[in-house]
Write a protein that binds this ligand. Structure first.
Ligand SMILES: [Zn+2]
Ligand SMILES: [Zn+2]
Length: 166
């Protein structure tokens, strides 16, 4: 699925409806996109640029930065994007949205991972007070205490250290 550039040129200056469904496979260490990504709105070709005003809906699943539990984020936001022809010497701007004048279709596919990750918290939490995992035994401390903290207090090596310091 993609946006028909030829049709946009023929309709110069007039809005053309955009209604697309994408499947996004994000690099798993960042996040996973659950289900389809919906892109709806309109596109306009003006001079040499293609302007998109779209609403994007997607569901992203990340791992809690403390306990690794799933953090599910339903996303629904609007993007206003300008795509310029690659030939306009904007190749230096790697982040720029570009299309080739030889292309017949404009696809958002290469940009969706970046757009979605821009909407996500880089250090997500499953809940604001997540207690995380025990660094000693890996136990999920949201479920209950594992006892490592108590054992630490009674660690004989720590006891010696304490004696040395006093
Ligand atoms: Zn958590
Ligand atoms: Zn523990």
């Amino acid at each position: 699925m993609a946006i028909n550039i030829k049709k946009l040129r023929e309709m110069e200056g007039k809005a053309v409806a955009v209604d697309e469904i994408y499947h996004v496979a994000a690099p798993e260490q960042l996040f996973v996109v659950r289900g389809d990504v919906w892109v709806q709105g309109q596109a306009v070709h003006r001079k040499r640029s293609i302007f998109l005003d779209v609403r994007i809906r997607a569901t992203a699943v990340q791992q809690c930065s403390r306990c690794l539990a799933d953090v599910v984020s339903p996303l629904d936001w609007e993007e206003h994007l300008e795509f310029q022809p690659e030939e306009d010497g904007n190749l230096l701007e790697r982040e720029a949205f570009t299309y080739s004048l030889e292309d017949t279709e404009l696809s958002l596919q290469p940009y969706l991972v970046g757009l979605i990750s821009g909407m996500l918290d880089p250090k997500p939490l499953c809940r604001p007070d997540c207690k995380g995992l025990c660094p000693v035994c890996g136990h999920d401390r949201n479920v209950g205490e594992c006892g490592c903290a108590q054992n630490h207090r009674g660690d004989p090596r720590l006891q010696i250290l304490k004696e040395l310091l006093t």
